[in-house]
Design a protein around this ligand. Structure first.
Ligand SMILES: Cc1cc2nc3c(=O)[nH]c(=O)nc-3n(C[C@H](O)[C@H](O)[C@H](O)COP(=O)(O)OP(=O)(O)OC[C@H]3O[C@@H](n4cnc5c(N)ncnc54)[C@H](O)[C@@H]3O)c2cc1C
Length: 443
């Protein structure tokens, strides 16, 4: 059942989680009935992006990665495949009192379909994803920074910083929160905005700490922000630490590390970041976390940006996927929204791509919009609670938090078991079903 109408040439902007997941998912969905499918991924960096330290993969993210064949590949990476995490324990930073727990197991302590949480270095995850994509014949082009695009006749044309262009039947803008595909093409009225909070991140060898982490993953909460400490490798030889705290937008430039900066500037940035961390978190009652704060590791600043909900996700031949469309402050499983996007988009494309791209975009928007808008509101609410408070406000927050966490447990459980491969795709009139047997799921 060969369809000549399906898009054959697909260009993806960005080799991040959304871009590579789209490449794999589309190959799986379309590959069997579009044999000359040509998927190219254009990445601005000269190598896979390593920023962001270690990511937590909630059960839903792992289920989706497993469907894409990535968990198997990741598991081949030995200790670097990441640390399995049952829960993230939340503590008061100053008293070390347990406030609550974000569980990645069910109430009987069991995994969800074999998946709990997993903390893995982003670069390792991306390496596993890219290996799977390359085996599926996806082609990667590094050092290709997209600066804009246009639609000409039946084609979408990408413009690169080096002056070259490339045309495709369909372009997917998976170029993250600052997406030029969005700001220079699809929706220029929706720039990214700084959410007021930043991550300061580092990794520490466990052999350099005198005490072990008492829990695999913990967040120490204070009125100045939160400090995450978590193992990020299977053998628990490395700890990933992230301090989440307020930085004013106008301060960010002062702390920004850039290629080409001289030694003294870099040294000034490193020591002022350390100073800032020390001021905020020096009273951490948990010994290992306290040692990490006072150690001599280099901390890197990652300002957190977001893209306000609403706005346009697509034009005639270009669509935004992942953070490019709906970046939100990260919360337990933000990356899983990018994976949901990739799987759902590929399924809608396979089902309706021979009808019209517009129909694909409309159905995809209809399936995704409400879910990501709700997630944005939830994560923004929680992030606002992390902002600076007086000590009285902090006490009230600590007192209320256990019931808030319990109250939201059902919502989290629903999210952990959600499965983008099972969401019913609306069936169009006059549309013949396409080879469903190679699809992720037969509706
Ligand atoms: C500090 C931080 C910590 C986080 N921690 C977690 C976590 O623990 N768990 C979780 O689930 N989620 C987490 N998230 C959220 C998660 O990282 C994102 O939701 C996810 O990475 C989105 O994937 P993406 O592919 O849409 O964007 P990205 O991962 O940002 O990928 C975008 C890609 O596009 C490329 N690109 C950008 N511009 C261009 C251009 N002009 N031309 C070509 N290529 C371009 C980039 O180099 C990059 O490779 C975190 C986010 C942040 C900021």
């Amino acid at each position: 059942m060969h369809s000549v109408k399906h898009p054959r040439d697909i260009a993806i902007v960005g080799a991040g989680l959304a871009g590579v997941a789209c490449a794999i998912a589309i190959t799986r969905e379309l590959g069997t009935f579009v044999p000359d499918l040509n998927i190219r991924v254009f990445e601005r960096s000269d190598f896979p992006c390593t920023s962001g330290g270690a990511v937590n993969l909630a059960p839903v993210a792992q289920r989706h990665l497993a469907r894409l064949g990535v968990m198997e590949e990741l598991d081949r990476m030995g200790t670097y495949a990441g640390a399995d995490i049952d829960s993230v324990k939340l503590f008061s930073m100053t008293s070390a009192r347990l406030i609550g727990s974000i569980d990645f197991t069910d109430r009987a302590g069991k995994s969800y379909d074999g998946y709990k949480g997993r903390r893995v270095m982003r670069v390792v995850l991306l390496t596993a994803m890219i290996s799977v994509a390359e085996r599926a014949n996806v082609k990667f082009f590094y050092g290709k920074k997209v600066v804009g695009g246009e639609e000409i006749d039946e084609k979408a044309v990408l413009h690169f910083e080096d002056g070259s262009t490339s045309s495709a039947d369909l372009v997917l803008g998976c170029d993250g929160v600052h997406s030029p595909t969005r700001t220079n093409w699809v929706d220029p009225d929706r720039p990214s905005e700084y959410c007021g909070m930043s991550f300061l991140q580092t990794t520490v060898d466990t052999q350099d700490t005198s005490s072990p982490l008492p829990f695999d993953s913990a967040v120490h909460i204070s009125r100045y922000g939160s400090l995450l400490t978590t193992y990020c490798d299977r053998d628990r030889e490395h700890i990933f630490a992230a301090a989440i705290m307020e930085f004013k937008e106008e301060e960010l430039e002062y702390y920004r590390l850039r290629p080409g900066q001289d030694w003294s500037t870099r040294n000034r940035i490193r020591s002022s970041l350390r100073q800032r961390l020390d001021n905020r978190f020096r009273k951490c009652a948990e010994p290992c976390a306290n040692e990490i704060v006072h150690g001599d590791k280099e901390w890197i600043l990652y300002p957190v940006h977001q893209v306000r909900p609403g706005g346009r996700w697509c034009m005639n031949r270009v669509a935004l996927i992942g953070d490019a469309a709906h970046a939100m402050p990260p919360l337990y499983s933000s990356a899983s929204y990018a994976l949901d996007d990739a799987i759902l988009f590929s399924r809608v494309l396979s089902r309706h791509g021979s009808d019209s791209i517009k129909l694909v975009f409309d159905i995809y928007d209809q399936l995704r919009r409400n879910a990501v808008d709700c997630a944005f509101v939830e994560s923004s609410t929680i992030w606002n609670k992390m902002k600076f408070r007086s000590s009285l406000q902090e006490r009230v927050k600590e007192w209320k938090m256990p019931s808030y966490i319990r109250h939201n447990q059902r919502k989290r459980e629903e999210r952990w078991i959600s499965d983008a491969t099972k969401v019913p795709i609306p069936t169009p009139e006059l549309n013949e079903p396409l080879n469903p047997w190679q699809s992720f799921h037969q509706e």
